[in-house]
Design a protein around this ligand. Structure first.
Ligand code: HEM
Ligand SMILES: *[C@@H]1O[C@H](CO)[C@@H](O)[C@H](O)[C@H]1NC(C)=O
Length: 323
């Protein structure tokens, strides 16, 4: 009798332990800020140092690094697919029209990765490096900071076609922009907050020519000024700051510009054009803290998009090449 009871007992304990083990395995597959605490304790400070060196050398690099993480996460998830070069089995996302001759910072990512490989070889993913570098870049140029979740792994594939389909474009109207973010599980509020990254960095004439020559919801003096640097049929690569007031500093001026009809891209101004997002723009323009807090949450949400964890994917040795 006693042994009968105890064998039922053993079966129950076994079942409960199995459940606990399964939930532990599930937890293992989630991103966590402490992911490299034991395997590479110097990872975060190594990335931070390399990011700060690069931005000290060229202030715009802060913007370029943040954009890289965004363009990574929107295509196949945050898996560093954006960093892969063309190869027999890779159709590089770098050649997608939204990225070609536009996305930058690849050499900086390579140098961060090299520094990290030196302290712990084969441990820290390129996808995590992009996520941490974005946070460090934001912090360095006076933007918000947040605790990055880690444990992403790198893809063995990339998709130029998906990049062209999933990355938003400067000629988007509000509906297209809302649905491109909704496709990634991001809300309208996330979309507006994340667009606030255009408080830093530069855009090329080809991306804003239509706006400064043809849009009507634009400040006349601003349009005139931007047309001077962007001829009708020349100068495609000429640069202009996305935030005309403080292009090198992260702040909420981007939203103040929109209220004055001084958004540089058509896709910027649609956020404040008599539509459903006007109220959010107005609130961010007067409440920098609300923008910072929403930007940080939205970056965390974006950093969670379709990540590879556990034993999926790989830890690339060189970010531009599959192992
Ligand atoms: C809402 C839809 C978006 C559209 C249509 C868009 C489009 C663009 C375009 C056309 C440029 C200029 C590229 C060039 O001329 O080479 C640009 C630059 C930039 N974008 Fe976006 N973007 C969007 C959202 C975002 C988001 C969500 C982020 C980051 C969270 C972001 C970060 C940046 C940054 C920082 C730059 C400047 C990059 C540099 O100076 O190197 N953008 N974007
Ligand atoms: C402005 O609009 C006209 C008419 O649609 C078009 O022909 C022209 O190419 C546009 N200009 C620019 C600079 O986009």
């Amino acid at each position: 009798m006693a042994s009968w009871v105890s064998s039922i007992h053993v079966a129950w304990v076994g079942a409960i332990m199995l459940l606990l083990l399964m939930s532990a395995m599930q937890t293992h597959a989630q991103l966590t800020p402490t992911f490299y605490e034991k395997s590479c304790p110097a990872a975060l400070k190594t990335i931070r140092k390399a990011v700060r060196t690069a931005i000290a050398k060229e202030r715009r690099m802060a913007a370029s690094l943040i954009r890289l993480h965004f363009h990574d996460c929107f295509v196949q998830g945050c898996d560093a697919s954006v960093l892969l070069d063309d190869a027999p089995s890779i159709n590089s996302e770098k050649n997608a029209f939204q990225n070609f001759r536009s996305l930058r910072g690849f050499e900086v990512v390579d140098s961060i990765k090299a520094a990290v490989e030196k302290v712990c070889s084969g441990v820290v993913s390129c996808a995590d490096i992009l996520a941490v570098a974005s946070r460090d870049a934001s912090e360095y140029v006076n933007g918000p900071t947040w605790t990055v979740k880690l444990g992403r792994r790198d893809s063995t594939t990339a998709s130029k076609d998906l990049a062209e389909a999933d990355l938003p474009i400067a000629f988007n109207d509000l509906d297209a922009q809302i649905s491109s973010f909704a496709n990634q599980g991001l809300s309208v509020r996330d979309m507006v907050a994340l667009s606030g990254a255009h408080t830093i960095g530069q855009a090329q004439c080809a991306t804003f020519r239509g706006r400064v020559y043809n849009d009507t919801n634009i400040d006349a003096g601003f349009a005139r000024m931007r047309r001077r640097g962007c001829p009708v049929s020349d100068g495609n690569g000429n640069l202009a700051p996305l935030d005309l007031v403080t292009p090198n500093s992260f702040d909420n001026n981007y939203f103040k510009n929109l209220i004055k009809k001084k958004g540089l891209l058509h896709s910027d101004q649609v956020l404040f054009n008599g539509g459903s997002t006007d109220d959010i723009v107005t609130s961010y323009s007067t409440n920098k803290a609300a923008f910072y807090s929403d930007f940080a949450s939205a970056m965390l949400k974006m950093g969670d998009i379709k990540t590879l964890t556990g034993s999926s994917g790989q830890i690339r040795k060189i970010c531009s090449i599959v192992n």
